[in-house]
Design a protein. Structure first.
Length: 244
């Protein structure tokens, strides 16, 4: 398979402290990419950065905080002078029938999954300009294509991300910046933390859920295409997951 050389490319990975983001960091470093690991849990990020060595730095950031996001991208500019990949992966979901859901959980979900994507993308665009093969890849979800009872606010944020990307692709495509989406089905991660662990476990087991590496591979595949090739959207789900 023809893949571009990713050596010394620079990537910011949000939500790198666990799950898909952590797997993406490992795989990108294997491909020679220099990664900036961000999330809120400092110890996790620092342990991962220590394991990955010189190719990784940890910059703890809450993507729902505008000042922290500005500080993150200022540091990226100072240290690397630009950016090749923004992987907007940080996200949360709270399960509840909408009638029983809590406004503070809507807020946290929208802040991370939508405002976090908007803020990081806005701050990253100036750094991506003029870099051949530059890319914004955002993790939406099968839940960004189909509504799922019990996940309405999460669905709302992921549908919003899909619409945002469709417009953004048209704005940034002429400048050579690739705007892409990855839409996973069920994955074995910490996601869904307000659902009892045994319920999530049973669901993932019954579906033979994806592993975080499966999603990370979709990212590397799309990023390693030639600069003129946009893999616009990858929906990747467990074969046994026949409904959302
Ligand atoms: P995890 O819960 O393992 O990872 C979520 C990551 O997001 C963590 O690193 C967490 O780090 C980070 N995060 C959450 N809120 C914030 C915030 N406000 N600021 C910064 N970082 C934040 O789950 P996944 O790896 O599964 O999730 C990654 C993405 O995949 C999410 O967008 C999720 O919606 C999506 N997804 C997951 C699916 C699944 O079945 N697992 C299916 C479809 C989509 P920290 O707590 O340290 O801040």
């Amino acid at each position: 398979m023809k893949m571009e050389d990713l050596t010394n490319k620079v990537a910011v990975i949000t939500g790198a402290s666990s799950g898909i983001g952590e797997a993406a960091a490992r795989l990108l470093v294997q491909e020679g990419v220099r990664v900036v690991l961000t999330a809120r849990r400092r110890e996790r990020l620092e342990a991962l950065a220590a394991e990955l060595g010189d190719a990784a730095i940890a910059i703890p950031t809450d993507v729902s905080d505008p000042e922290q996001v500005q500080a993150l991208f200022s540091q990226v500019r100072e240290r690397f002078g630009g950016l090749d990949l923004l992987f907007n992966n940080a996200g949360v979901g709270y399960h509840a029938p909408f009638a029983d859901s809590k406004p503070e959980e809507w807020q946290r979900t929208i802040d991370a999954n939508l405002y976090g994507v908007l803020r990081c993308t806005h701050a990253a665009i100036p750094l991506l300009k003029g870099r051949p093969g530059a890319m914004i890849s955002t993790v939406s979800s099968v839940g960004g294509r189909y509504g799922i009872a019990g996940w309405s606010v999460y669905n709302a944020t992921k549908f919003a991300v899909v619409g945002f990307h469709d417009a953004l692709r048209k704005e940034l495509g002429p400048e050579g910046i690739r705007v892409a989406l990855i839409e996973p089905g069920a994955v074995w991660t910490e996601w869904g933390h307000n659902v009892p662990a045994e319920v999530m476990h049973e669901r993932r087991e019954s579906l033979d859920a994806l592993h975080p590496e499966d999603v990370a591979q979709a990212l590397v595949y799309s990023f390693a295409q030639p600069a003129n090739v946009l893999v616009e959207e990858i929906l990747v789900r467990p074969v046994r997951q026949i409904s959302p």
